[in-house]
Design a protein around this ligand. Sequence first.
Ligand code: NAP
Ligand code: MG
Length: 400
Amino acid sequence: MSDQIRMQNPIVEIDGDEMTRVLWALVKEKLILPSVDLKTEYYDLGLLNRDATGDEVTAESARAIARLGVGVKCATITSNAARKTEYNLTALYPSPNGTIRAILDGTVFRKPIGVSCIKPSVVTWKAPIVIGRHAYGDVYKSAEMAIPGPGTVALVYTDKQGRETRMTVADMPGPGVVQGMHNLDASIRSFARSCFLYGLDENVPVWFATKDTISKTYDGRFKEIFNHIYETEFKEHYQAAGLTFFYTLIDDAVARVVKGEGGFLWACKNYDGDVMSDMIASASGSLAMMTSVLVSPSGAVEFEAAHGTVQQHYYRWQQGKKTSTNPVALIFAWSGALAKRAELDNLPKLASFAKRLEQATLQTIESGNMTADLARLANPAPARALDSWEFVEAIVTRLP
Ligand code: NAP
Ligand code: MG
């Protein structure tokens, strides 16, 4: 079609698994390809292709995002013993998101997608809580060992001259497990900076919390770096903008979040961000009503859905049933990536299309057309929930 919107540089397109893979193709075919002369560099991170490539395709896709600047990713299965049998895999590989985040570093920002017919289950929330999740290290890049019997477990650091520093972790009286994890000052600094920049850009205060009373050295380092970056680089700007930075313990933060009004960026360590973003998303309506973007220190960005592959829906789809799986997070991953590509390549028509796609999606829901996860919560309640295909068609009719 000649009136299609042209692109200049490609987006890195990362395909995934199960129900989200089915919806990925649907969203592209019905919502994007009719309007955009789409240019992508395609990577298939479906579990079978990751297995066939010895997981090399995952690292390649991350390097492609670093090179091209913008990526969009479907949800992927993290393999485990059950998946190994189910898919007849040759090996177990780490979480693709973990691998990609370890290569790109940076921070994942997750923000609820609000619609007027759904109120958050926390009644005091007046404005969205955005999660800024550190994307590097900790338990996601750790070494673990099963200890077969009595013995000593130690941490050993060897410097470049070969000098060792050793510390006992535990004298194990019997079998058990051990885990070693790390982080890097440079990564924590860029995490802090991107959170403070986000706060300024979006005009919201920043909260940060760890467990530094228990983990004095590890979490203590996070606290120290955040304070230092704030004091030396951001405090003046925050004061001028009437914004604040608030540090507290993670358990205190959780208690305040559920009693508060929202409207801030909550900077979370990697694991806290994993857990808390699902809590915020569910309390805001649905796991599918959340945007998620990884911002690397180099400026490269990856848009994704924060939810998984919706496995149980996929099994129903395989039996020939139409499921009512919510594609909104996948649609917003695409609109986010197209908008970023438009910004970098200075393409106003593409930017405007991305905005219209988001508006049409929200208007569709607000006029009473939605999938089952939202229909359960909406007020007024719709007469019936749509399946994913009907929902996407309803968006098509609203896309100008
Ligand atoms: P999930 O796929 O997020 O699904 C959990 C439940 O949440 C679903 O059973 C469904 O509830 C609801 N749900 C999530 N997304 C939905 C959507 N778009 N529309 C409607 N309902 C939705 O998590 P999981 O079942 O724990 O994990 C499945 C697979 O996804 C696993 O193999 C895991 O490794 C992978 N995973 C990938 C990512 C990622 O790539 N970003 C993230 C998390 C998990 P109902 O069944 O009640 O309808
Ligand atoms: Mg998670």
